[in-house]
Write a protein that binds this ligand. Sequence first.
Ligand SMILES: [Zn+2]
Length: 142
Amino acid sequence: MISVEYREADTKEALDKWARTLGVGVRIVDETWDSIYFQADAEYADGTHLRCRYRQVLPRPLAFRRRERTFIVGLLHEVDGASCYHVRPVIAGLSTDSQAEAVREATIYAGAMVELQRRSVCGATAANLSVYVVTRAADWNP
Ligand SMILES: [Zn+2]
């Protein structure tokens, strides 16, 4: 039977130390407009799985900037005569004041992300995907 031990680190340093002690790496597993989630996984010889996570809360000005620059990108491509849809939230254009440039970056990131995650499943590639919607997440009304 597989058992999982889960813990939340109080600081990023504590997570790094925990990971170093167990000889494993720390990676970013998720991000939202106001937080970044770091995680490390290790396994004991008996199969017990250890997971340690740290949520870094971003400073408010940066968080608001990221919320402003979070886009929902809808992409589609054809598979056997039918349309295959992919929707991704992405943060893009943090270093530009141009909304058009931010949207352009968002579509590139979303296309790359879909290719990385789905190419082996449905054949989506950055090249065969076309954008059918890009909207700021703050304006998104599903
Ligand atoms: Zn697809």
